[in-house]
Design a protein around this ligand. Structure first.
Ligand SMILES: Cc1cc2nc3c(=O)[nH]c(=O)nc-3n(C[C@H](O)[C@H](O)[C@H](O)COP(=O)(O)OP(=O)(O)OC[C@H]3O[C@@H](n4cnc5c(N)ncnc54)[C@H](O)[C@@H]3O)c2cc1C
Length: 470
């Protein structure tokens, strides 16, 4: 759990309770994604399902409808394919497959897990705060296990060379050390550890001034290609499930519960209505639009984030590769280099905007964040960047919508107790690669138990603060 709303960037924007109900676009109003505003991931990896499945006949009656085709929707499909492959399942997506946050993010898998621990423990208690911090590694291990079992390491460009967070201030460092101490005192031995300034500079070849407060390092962490992962999960589910259909460009306009006498749902789309026994909301920032209990202060709201891809521009760059994932100032800055001396992908959270859902528009060219990013690259990554000319050296420039919640906790389970067949895993607060795999699996298991008529309670390691009516 992160409490991003405490940060100056968000606090300055968050003025009234109306902010919870910002104007989430209607699904049929999601902006078109123009070629120039497509993310690096979307432009560099085409998902053929967008074309091969677009005319697939929309079924009228199924067991499960999954709404959304990011990592959460794909994990739900995969989980059903593992446990109940015979279920009649339709996955519907408003735009192209995996063009939401999962198709636009930083691609980081896990970060040093001891951050904001003491602060979080004061809000939700020590036991659950520690569960939360362990959960990041459990999610990582489940995801890596899946990648290994399906033989996808190469396909998804998996690189596990570690992720560091370099501290910006003495206070950030002190808090991190305090968090590690607190974890140990409470019986949790974190994997992530502190590196002093000299060790950080030496190990990562970074500028001594940048590293003057040291860093935290998680070795079993790194980066991958989230969109390729989603693509592969969907192909796997399709292979295993004779009754799975996938429907890109099919926005869900409404979900209605009907009792006939069993509970069923009508899922209305412009292409027709599907009747289903259960519904899985994998809609992240847009969840409140078609699921009222997920709107408002107890629900999800959007925050637009921005990333750049830049080609290294120094003559010597061909032989050099940044191997690890780099975070700075509590991962406020996050960057890594794509394999084979590829582009740097760089996000800086200064530019994030609450309740802005237009991911077809990127930042103005004179936005001050761009100059700050250029300065970070030239000063601290001189092996790759000098005299940057952003109009030439930026190759991809895009935005994406994160789903935030007021508490920072994800919402996993049933949006409402009155609607027993609706399930959700949404609101991952910009940390979805660290949360979605395990959260999507838990929500799917709860749904499968409901369909079976059996009892379900989440595994003991699953944080209480994420659970919603399960
Ligand atoms: C710019 C950016 C950088 C990020 N960087 C990182 C990072 O480095 N590490 C990390 O851990 N996390 C990062 N995140 C967060 C992470 O990407 C998300 O938490 C995660 O991808 C959420 O996955 P999801 O499947 O739940 O949602 P999404 O990938 O957003 O998928 C939701 C899908 O639902 C569809 N949908 C919504 N409503 C409807 C409807 N009514 N009908 C049909 N379809 C609908 C949407 O079109 C969308 O495709 C970043 C996010 C952004 C935007």
């Amino acid at each position: 759990m992160s409490t991003w709303l405490d940060t100056p960037t968000y606090a300055a924007q968050f003025n009234s309770s109306e902010d919870f109900n910002g104007s989430v676009p209607r699904p049929d109003d999601f902006p078109e994604i123009a070629e120039e505003s497509r993310s690096y991931w979307i432009r560099e990896h085409r998902i053929d399902l967008d074309h091969t499945q677009v005319d697939t006949h929309l079924p009228t009656n199924v067991d499960v409808v999954i709404i959304g085709s990011g990592i959460t929707g794909a994990v739900a499909a995969l989980r059903i394919s593992e446990k109940k492959p015979e279920l009649r399942t339709a996955l519907v997506e408003a735009r192209g497959i995996c063009t939401g946050a999962t198709g636009r993010n930083g691609g980081f898998i896990a970060r040093p897990e001891c951050y904001h621990l003491v602060k979080t423990a004061k809000i939700i208690g020590t036991e659950d705060a520690i569960k939360l911090r362990k959960f990041g590694n459990i999610n990582r291990d489940m995801m890596l296990d899946c990648i290994e079992k399906l033989g996808l390491s190469e396909d998804v460009d998996l690189r596990l060379n570690g992720n560091i967070n370099v501290f910006e201030t003495q206070e950030e460092k002190d808090n991190a050390l305090e968090d590690i101490k607190f974890a140990k005192e409470n019986g949790f031995e974190p994997e992530g550890y502190y590196l002093d300034p000299e060790a950080t500079t030496k190990k990562f070849g970074l500028d001594a001034e940048l590293c003057r407060y040291g860093s935290a390092l998680l070795e079993r962490a790194g980066t991958f290609y989230p969109r390729k992962f989603v693509h592969n999960l969907l192909l796997t589910a399709l292979e295993r499930m004779p009754n799975l259909t996938i429907h890109p460009y099919t926005p869900v306009e409404a979900v209605r519960k009907v009792e006939t006498p069993d509970v069923q749902y009508e899922i209305r789309t412009p292409r027709g209505t599907i009747t289903s026994k259960a519904v899985f909301h994998a809609t992240n920032a847009y969840a409140g639009n078609i699921c009222p209990p997920l709107k408002g202060s107890n629900g999800v709201f959007g925050a637009k984030a921005h990333l750049l891809a830049l080609s290294p521009n120094t003559p010597g760059n061909r032989d050099k590769q940044l191997k690890y994932g780099f975070g700075y100032a509590d991962f406020w800055h996050y960057l890594h280099q794509r394999p084979a001396h590829g582009s740097f992908l760089y996000g800086l959270a200064d530019a994030e905007i609450l309740n802005d859902y237009d991911d077809s528009i990127t930042l103005p060219t004179d936005h001050p964040v761009r100059a700050k990013m250029a300065e970070m690259l030239e000063r601290n990554f001189p092996d790759w960047f000098e005299n940057l000319d952003l109009s030439k050296d930026v190759t991809h420039d895009w935005t994406g919508i994160q789903g935030l919640t007021m508490t920072g906790a994800s919402i996993v389970g049933r949006p409402s107790i009155e609607s027993p067949g609706e399930f959700a895993s949404v609101g991952h607060n910009g940390e979805g690669m660290g949360r979605c795999f395990a959260s999507g699996t838990v929500a799917s298991d709860a749904m499968l138990a409901y369909l079976d008529g059996s009892e379900y309670s989440p595994p003991d390691w699953f944080p209480h603060c994420y659970r919603r009516n399960i």
